[in-house]
Design a protein around this ligand. Structure first.
Ligand code: HEC
Length: 387
């Protein structure tokens, strides 16, 4: 997975920026000082601190980091000055010196335009139903420009002032979800203020726009699998309602912290042995097709079947297996009819694929895959912020 530099201090700095801004918004909201937009507190300023630019411009990130450290020191010295009257003048001078000496970063790198929705997060939970809802809307309203596969080759693409972007590239992951929402509902403009992407605020509700974002991510994952043979951006399994025997139904997402194996039922599916390392969930396209034994965990849902087909970029899902890691990311896919797991099945990686190619992982392919998955957790960067 093409990741940003692995510098721990950069993660810390970016996390700090995001945390401080989010907390500030929460405090202002609790005090009743901010308006609401699209159902969530609205960011009240036209600018925000940018995580995504810091990932690209390490030099500016270093300057910002150092500035934060020096300003914190200056603040400390000021507090000291208040308490220590005899040395106050000297301490004040020192604090001023620290502020002046700080290598302030360039404002246009650190600050970027913000929208009221910039810090909003998706309320959908990335469910199979939401992806399906998005699929219908996408087909009706977006295909003309963005194309059926989201690569920007729709029939109207060439008549646009700028070419529609490839939605299966890193774009959707680079942007904050809240910024995507704003662009969908309000459109986009070029530097001269001319519309480039039309806004859909008059035809789409908030839930529609969030559903479209879910669909575009699922489709983007499938397209990257088609093009690169990998899920180049981390993707979660679509959430869905799971029935385990006669127990009350629960959400797939409620197993976070445990590894999951999701098996699409079908003629070609291998017999499944219980495996203590994983929770096994079988997926069926409809209630009639589900071959559940009592105690098994099953999902019978056309929406879930379609969503997994989209992410796996296949029309023949039956017999496909998926492995989800403890952090809730889809990591591996076993193709139908394949006997053993191999290194090549790991589709969401944190480093370059090993050059040795497809070799079965002896002695226990699944065990080795799990070991690698656990040893190389996904570091998810969204909108420049590490989650
Ligand atoms: C009339 C053509 C057209 C239609 C219809 C259209 N788009 Fe776009 N879209 C564009 C163009 C052109 C851009 C690039 C705009 C730019 O970069 O300034 C774009 C950009 C985008 C982006 C990237 C946003 C970003 O943050 O950079 C997303 C996501 C997107 N469109 C989604 C959609 C969805 C979802 C629909 C359907 C509801 C849709 N578009 C309908 C033309 C269109």
């Amino acid at each position: 997975m093409s990741g940003p530099p692995e510098a721990g201090w950069l993660n810390l700095l970016i996390g700090l920026l995001q945390g401080v801004q989010l907390q500030l918004l929460r405090v202002l909201d609790a005090l009743g000082l901010v308006a609401h937009a699209h159902g969530q507190p609205a960011w009240p300023w036209a600018l925000r601190l940018s995580g995504e630019n810091l990932l690209i411009d390490l030099g500016q990130a270093r300057r910002l980091g150092l500035t934060v450290v020096l300003l914190s020191a200056a603040l400390l010295v000021l507090v000291l000055a208040l308490l220590w009257r005899r040395r106050r003048v000297w301490l004040m001078a020192l604090a001023t010196l620290l502020v002046v000496a700080a290598p302030w970063p360039e404002a246009n790198v650190v600050l970027v335009p913000a929208y009221p929705t910039s810090f909003q997060s998706s309320p959908t939970g990335f469910t199979a139903d939401s992806i399906e809802r998005g699929r219908g809307l996408y087909t009706a309203q977006c295909v003309a420009c963005h194309g059926t596969d989201g690569r920007g080759q729709g029939p109207l693409a060439s008549t646009q002032p700028v070419w529609p972007p490839n939605l299966s590239g890193p774009l959707l992951w680079r942007r904050a979800d809240g910024d995507l929402l704003w662009h969908l509902l309000n459109g986009m403009r070029d530097r001269r203020g001319n519309t480039t992407m039309p806004g859909f605020g008059s035809t789409l509700g908030d839930a529609d726009a969030w559903a479209l974002i879910d669909f575009m991510k699922a489709q983007g994952a499938g397209e990257s699998l088609r093009a690169a043979g990998l899920w180049t951006q981390p993707i979660a399994p679509p959430d869905m309602t799971v029935q385990c025997g006669s127990k009350p139904p629960r959400r797939l997402g409620s197993w976070r912290g445990q590894r999951l194996r999701i098996v699409a039922t079908g003629a070609e599916a291998l017999p499944l042995l219980d495996d203590p390392r994983l929770v096994t969930v079988t997926l069926a396209p409809d209630a009639g097709a589900s071959a559940s034994q009592s105690g098994d965990c099953t999902v019978a849902s056309p929406a879930a079947w379609a969503a997994f087909s989209l992410i796996a970029a296949t029309t023949q899902l039956a017999g496909t297996q998926f492995i989800v890691d403890r952090d809730g990311w889809l990591r591996a896919r076993g193709e139908p009819g394949k006997g053993a797991w191999s290194d090549d099945d790991l589709l969401c990686r944190t480093e370059q694929p090993p050059s040795s190619g497809a070799r079965p992982l002896a002695p226990d392919g699944l065990g080795a895959l799990i070991a690698r998955m656990d040893a190389e957790p996904v570091r998810f960067v969204k909108g420049g912020f590490v989650h």
